[in-house]
Design a protein around this ligand. Structure first.
Ligand code: ACO
Length: 323
């Protein structure tokens, strides 16, 4: 059977780093509060000339170089983002053009922080359905543009960045010993739409709007939703937490990551954490964390890797990949 195998990873971060202490003169907060409640110590913030498209392009180029491929080898670009350069056309199309790619097709996916998990699942279906052989899956965000910088309960949590994977069609035997995407489980429930949202849009206010979040409410639901969808993915693949080599969760809050891993019985040393370095980069957080753990040699060929995310909507999901 056809499997969607990871061939390369890449990442890109804005030049400017903003430390927790840099907020101290802007809003009533402290490095200690932010670090204790979230695990975040710093985040990257895009300059005017750094956009979702430019960061996505840089991450895509890094992933292509890592894979030993060029844009000519790619059939499809799926970009997960909630902060597109424009309402339309899709920022994926802009990245396609920036890469000098004038064949194939490209589109955006919007599932907020779960966007990358949705995009990998979608790319896998295009590959297994025979519509594409090689797909660039990108998560790129500039959440700094939609933050209310006077709201201390949200502005300290988010950062900008991009990460990318190249997925390629490969032959598998149909067992979990195969390399590639092995199982996935996606969920959403719009009953929670007002707990984490942007208060503007083309069809309502005609403005871009700002991010609004009931942090405590999101927190309350996060661990249960994350662990449910992971358990569904484990039972689809017929594995347990002990079989995993790496857990690469969405990087929103270290306390949510720790509580989820504990509930699932995933050993602490198997959990990849980058929230301290990047903050919450929404759809970019999982591929950024993956890039870090691949580059430093933790994630290696043949490892069983679990990706997970939860975000606005609510949306949530998990993907199991053998590297
Ligand atoms: N600095 C200092 N104090 C603050 C700050 C700040 N930056 N922000 C809030 N506070 C205050 C609050 O006003 C509150 O004060 P009060 O008790 O006088 O009212 C107090 O700190 C406690 O606030 P809580 O909201 O209860 O703090 P909590 O421990 O829940 O932590 C946090 C807040 C970090 C936002 C947490 O709730 C959280 O991580 N929630 C989940 C967010 C998340 O995971 N989002 C993921 C999805 S993101 C996406 O999809 C785009």
């Amino acid at each position: 059977m056809i499997r969607s195998v990871v061939r390369g990873t890449g990442a890109a971060l804005p030049r400017r780093i903003m430390k927790n202490a840099d907020f101290e003169g802007m809003v009533e907060t402290s490095d200690e509060w932010i670090a204790q409640r979230t695990g975040i110590r710093q985040r990257h913030i895009a300059a005017d000339d750094e956009t979702t498209a430019s960061l996505g392009e840089a991450a895509a180029r890094a992933a292509l170089a890592n894979a030993g491929l060029t844009p000519d080898d790619i059939d499809l670009i799926v970009l997960a983002t909630s902060t597109p350069n424009n309402t339309f056309p899709a920022t994926a199309v802009e990245i396609q053009n920036r890469l000098g790619m004038h064949h194939g097709f490209a589109f955006d996916m919007q599932a907020v922080c779960s966007g990358f998990v949705y995009a990998v699942t979608t790319a896998d279906l295009y590959i297994r359905g025979g519509l594409a052989k090689r797909v660039l899956v990108i998560g790129s965000e500039t959440f700094s543009r939609i933050l209310d910088w006077s709201d201390r309960s949200t502005c300290v949590l988010f950062g900008d960045g991009a990460g990318a994977l190249v997925l390629e069609a490969g032959e598998g035997t149909g067992t979990i010993a195969d390399r590639g995407v092995l199982a996935a489980s996606l969920r959403s429930d719009g009953a929670h739409k007002d707990k984490l949202f942007v208060d503007g849009g083309p069809s309502t206010t005609g403005t871009v709007g700002h991010l609004r979040m009931e942090g405590r409410e999101v927190f309350k639901h996060a661990v249960g939703m994350i662990t449910d969808v992971i358990e569904a993915t484990f039972s689809q693949a017929g594995i347990t937490a002990d079989d995993l080599d790496w857990f690469v969760p969405h990087q929103a809050n270290k306390r949510i990551i720790d509580a989820s891993a504990k509930k699932l019985g995933i050993a602490e040393q198997k959990v990849v954490v980058t929230v301290d370095l990047h903050g919450n980069t929404s759809a970019a957080s999982v591929p950024l964390a993956l890039s870090v753990a691949v580059a430093d040699g933790r994630i290696k060929k043949g490892d069983l890797v679990l990706l997970e995310a939860m975000g606005g909507g609510f949306t949530w999901g998990a993907v199991l990949v053998r590297w």
